[in-house]
Design a protein around this ligand. Structure first.
Ligand code: ATP
Length: 305
């Protein structure tokens, strides 16, 4: 469905002495219909640049992008514009994807208007926000009046407006709380099942990559160093092995910290519990509220609650 062949992107920076940055260094990549390829790698390894090249938002320095058997790199701008509606981007920061001066309704309506779609615009938009789990009431709000999770749902609704076939999800949940993250990942998986979407899912989180990806590709310094299924169970490249080992170490550290906290009775309750001469059972179990003892003084202690 979409393929990148021998893709390179070389950026030039600096005004006087031009410095070349090889962001993507000869990548071959293929994503099939209904498939998610999870792309992992550290910051600066070229993941976003590769994603943007597949969408032709960043022009490749060299190489080809083939989408539904058409070579996008050889297309005229006018032809490309028609194809673009089938390819969308869900970015890391949902607030940058929506105009802060527009209501959510206007933001979702914009692509429909540009592509002159939907006679019954309101019904179409209402249907879209219901699909992503928002309510009609959200439509008249501005982006700053929505939570991070709601905002990302609105961005997904906008991306879905033109019935895309391929979506680059660029760290779509990394700015969200863990509980909200899970619901957005579930929504993306549901949409994929219903609409047979293909995703390039960019993340630096191995666990998220493992949940989302049918296959995984590991990127390092602009190159794909390992690709395939079950990579985390049996990593081959030394860099992938290092990533998997650090994940295991992080999990072990988190488990140990939790055990220590539990043994100290610190999981909930008062942070000063261990040292406090006035501690009680309640202090161990319940986090004390910050109470106003008089007009000029507040204290976080159960003795005053
Ligand atoms: N427009 C640009 N001009 C110059 N250099 C750029 C540009 N965009 C990206 N780069 C450089 O290309 C390299 C790859 O950047 P890219 O954003 O693709 O990495 P990434 O893996 O997505 O990182 P992150 O996870 O932090 O988003 C980096 O060295 C970056 O500084």
């Amino acid at each position: 469905m979409i393929e990148g062949k021998n893709l390179y992107k070389i950026f030039e920076s600096g005004i006087f002495s031009k410095r070349k940055i090889v962001a993507v260094d000869g990548v071959d990549i293929e994503i099939k219909e209904g498939e998610t390829l999870a792309l992992i790698g550290e910051s600066g390894s070229g993941k976003s640049t590769l994603g943007r090249m597949l969408l032709m938002l960043t022009e490749p320095t060299k190489g080809d992008v083939i989408f539904e058997e058409k070579n996008l790199t050889k297309m005229k701008k006018s032809e490309l514009r028609k194809i673009r509606r089938k390819m969308q981007l869900i970015p890391q920061y949902p607030d940058t994807a929506l105009d802060p001066r527009w209501t959510i309704y206007e933001s979702i309506a914009e692509p429909l208007r540009i592509h002159k779609i939907a006679d019954n615009e309101y019904d179409k938009i209402k249907e879209l926000i219901e699909i992503v789990g928002l309510k009609e009431d959200h439509l008249n709000r501005f982006p700053h009046e929505l939570s991070g999770g709601e905002l990302q749902r609105a961005v997904i609704a906008r991306a879905m407006a033109l019935n895309p076939k391929f979506i680059v999800c660029d760290e779509p949940t990394s700015m969200l709380d863990v509980s909200v993250q899970a619901s957005i990942l579930n929504l993306l998986m549901e949409l994929q099942r219903e609409k047979n979407l293909s995703y390039l899912f960019i993340t630096h989180d191995l666990e998220v990559a493992n949940i989302m990806g049918h296959r995984m590709a590991v990127m390092y310094a602009g190159q794909i160093v390992e690709e395939g299924r079950d990579i985390l169970e049996e990593p081959l490249h030394p860099y992938t092995r290092l990533l998997v080992e650090s994940l295991k170490m992080e999990e072990e550290i988190a488990d140990t910290e939790l055990e220590i906290k539990k043994s100290l009775g610190f999981v909930e309750g008062c942070k000063y519990y261990n040292l406090c001469p006035h501690r009680s059972e309640k202090c161990l179990r319940e986090k004390p509220p910050l109470v106003e003892v008089d007009k000029n003084r507040k204290v976080r202690c159960h003795l005053y609650a």
